[in-house]
Design a protein around this ligand. Structure first.
Ligand code: NAP
Length: 252
């Protein structure tokens, strides 16, 4: 049986390890027939993704804080794979000091770094992405409901996610003419490396679980399946949207 992504080449950015949401997305899309290309941040971190993706031809270095690194990565991807059909951006970072206590703990430098890696990078990737994306294509990023609520400890990252969600709407407006849809998945809390940077993250995961409609946390596989749908032509009418995949936690 052929899948809904048969014949599509998709770039996935943000696999740190097998717990990563990006890995859930990659696996779900592969199950639907897509060929997946990956980026990793730097040579030091390559060894982790290599355990999951042993074939070097699918791996490209890309540090999203560097325009040169992004341009080089996309040039190499184009040379090796030609045009692609979609990009999943599952990247975020803020220093621990930005993720605990009062928002007044935020610093100019920490704030700038968090927004650079977690928000601006999506725009930077889209700029290079349009050069190698087919028509139709789909751009997807990952967000969290701390974007529009003052949740404990999420702090600067909540501000970064608010900016990211706004980018989704502006990009959707401007890339629609090129056949590129742009959406975000607002995932529920899932235990990953990124989450462990948040002060009191164990508590956050417990509270989140208790607030799901069925008492069971959402999984990266469930987020991945939504990603596969949004990447596919079945979602051709959806753009500029934030899709919650959190088992109803946002209803509270
Ligand atoms: P994760 O596995 O730690 O993934 C975060 C990724 O960001 C890592 O692969 C990390 O790469 C990458 N990254 C950080 N700085 C980078 C840079 N300068 N250049 C390139 N890559 C960089 O955590 P995750 O939870 O799956 O996070 C994926 C996305 O989902 C994030 O946007 C996160 O905010 C979002 N999200 C997570 C949850 C949750 O509960 N887990 C909920 C909603 C949304 P390295 O490890 O190689 O540095």
């Amino acid at each position: 049986m052929s899948g809904i992504l048969e014949g599509k080449k998709i770039l996935v950015m943000g696999v740190a390890n097998s717990r990563s949401i990006a890995w859930g997305c990659a696996q779900a899309m592969e199950e639907q027939g897509a060929e997946i290309i990956y980026t990793y941040q730097n040579e030091r971190l390559k060894k982790y993704i290599s355990k999951l993706v042993p074939d070097e031809k699918y791996l490209f270095e890309c540090d999203v804080t560097s325009d040169t690194s992004i341009t080089e990565a996309f040039d190499k991807i184009k040379n090796n794979f030609g045009k692609i059909n979609g990009i999943v951006h599952a990247i975020a970072f803020a220093k621990k000091e930005e993720l605990g206590g009062s928002i007044l703990n935020s610093t100019r430098q920490g704030y700038a770094q968090a927004l650079d890696v977690s928000s601006y990078s999506f725009l930077a990737v889209a700029k290079e992405g349009v050069k190698i994306l087919n028509d139709p294509a789909s751009l997807i990023t990952l967000t969290y409901m701390g974007s529009d609520r003052a949740l404990p400890n999420y702090n600067t990252m909540g501000i970064a996610k608010a900016a990211l969600e706004s980018e989704v709407r502006y990009l959707a407006r401007d890339l629609g003419k090129d056949g590129i849809r742009v959406n975000a998945i607002s995932a529920g809390a899932i235990k990953t490396l990124a989450v462990s940077g948040i002060k009191g993250h164990s508590e956050l995961l417990k509270i989140s679980q208790s607030e799901t409609v069925d008492g069971v946390n959402v999984t990266k596989e469930e987020v991945g399946n939504t990603c596969a749908f949004l990447m596919s032509n079945l979602a051709s009418g959806i753009t500029g949207d934030i899709i919650f995949v959190d088992k109803g936690v946002h209803l509270r």
